[in-house]
Ligand binder design. Structure first.
Ligand SMILES: Cc1cc2nc3c(=O)[nH]c(=O)nc-3n(C[C@H](O)[C@H](O)[C@H](O)COP(=O)(O)O)c2cc1C
Length: 142
């Protein structure tokens, strides 16, 4: 095992990427991520994706290179790629949320929404602010 890294990107969901296609993506995640020891979360809304990947630096980079070429999305922008001390989502081979449906059930503040919007727009992340929003979405309190 090399260095533990996180990688975050945002992208625009193509209209051809139906809910059924998202199911297929999740099947790929379930099949391919565990053997590579990659964990993380995938968030989607009507128009966009944000994916947080954590694992061996080389493994997540090569997965990212493959994901980038997937024609179910476009405008893939890397927001962060940096070392981490420990995993945030150690038991999630790819947690998944549609944010259009969770707006009212969590402790998301107006500021969190701003941060999230900024991520979706492909703006680079300052420090760990984006991570704390992702944790809230998945109700990870640590
Ligand atoms: C937004 C998005 C996120 C994806 N995330 C993953 C992922 O975490 N792991 C993965 O194996 N494939 C992921 N994919 C799918 C890959 O691009 C690719 O289709 C897949 O790895 C092909 O593997 P398979 O033929 O073994 O299913 C993602 C695709 C999209 C559009």
């Amino acid at each position: 095992m090399g260095h533990l890294y996180k990688l975050i990107y945002s992208s625009i969901r193509e209209p051809k990427c139906t809910d059924a296609e998202i199911e297929k993506i999740l099947v790929s995640c379930k099949k391919n991520n565990p053997p590579k020891d990659i964990t993380g979360v995938l968030i989607h809304s009507k128009n966009s994706f944000i994916q947080y990947l954590e694992g061996d630096s080389k493994e997540i980079l090569s997965l990212y290179d493959e994901i980038k070429t997937d024609d179910r999305h476009r405008n893939v922008i890397m927001l962060a790629y940096s070392p981490i001390g420990e995993r945030i989502f150690p038991s999630w081979h790819m947690g998944y949320k549609n944010v259009d449906r969770i707006e009212f059930q969590t402790s998301i503040t107006a500021e969190d929404e701003e941060v999230f919007k900024s991520m979706i727009e492909g703006n680079k992340l300052e420090g760990d602010i984006g991570i704390s929003v992702l944790k809230k979405f998945f109700q990870i309190s640590k």
